[in-house]
Design a protein around this ligand. Sequence first.
Ligand code: 13P
Length: 257
Amino acid sequence: MTDRMPIIAGNWKMHRDHLEAIQLVQKLAYHLNPEDYEGQEVLVCPPFVSLRSIQTLIQSDKLPIGLGAQNCHDQDEGAFTGEISAGMLARLDVSYVLCGHSERRALFGETDEVVNAKVVAVQRHGLRPILCVGEVQEERESGRADEVVIDQLRGSLQGITISDAAELVIAYEPVWAIGTGLTATPDDAQQMCAVIRTELAALYSQPIADGVRIQYGGSVKPGNVRELMGQPDIDGALVGGASLSSEDFALIVGHRR
Ligand code: 13P
């Protein structure tokens, strides 16, 4: 048994305008039972433009839902047209920031070095990074998945101190399972999450590794979440497509019912 508090996060990606975002959170709150929140964190990560509206909704309706952002810049301010800093996110009561999502890595050229700078910036502002790692299909098929994920971890955690490491959330998202309907088997997902925990123990210490929460992401649905969450090293889910349906996301959050 573990006392790590599960964390279920919805990554909305580039979906929903701010009016639709308000509706989605209102519907989600309607579908969730009070006991669904008990002993676990529930988080939504909408596009930047909806953060302020959802922050206000969460505050005014006293919803036990946390707010996450999908990305940030590593600098605090400056001539970086189109970018958002971690400090700005902190002012919006954002508590988590996705760092190094595979879409950021693949489509926007984010290297481990860039991801590392973002993790540092997020922690500088007292927010918690959700560091995303995961192999592509060809890396899995060639038996290199563990090595790839370990390299991503090491590269993205350069210079992160032991006390900052304790605040991390890691999301294992095999790229081939994202948005494809293919899910890693619970055994495969568990195996990689255990590899990640072992690496955290090597990089930091066993108590740190035992405390860090590791999410699985990649086609998580109401029908597969329970088995995934039942694995000893899986402490949560990072949900894409299914988080855009209030009913489905509520079923995922309420998987213990
Ligand atoms: P899907 O749940 O749509 O596969 O997306 C997973 C993901 O990328 C979450 O960050």
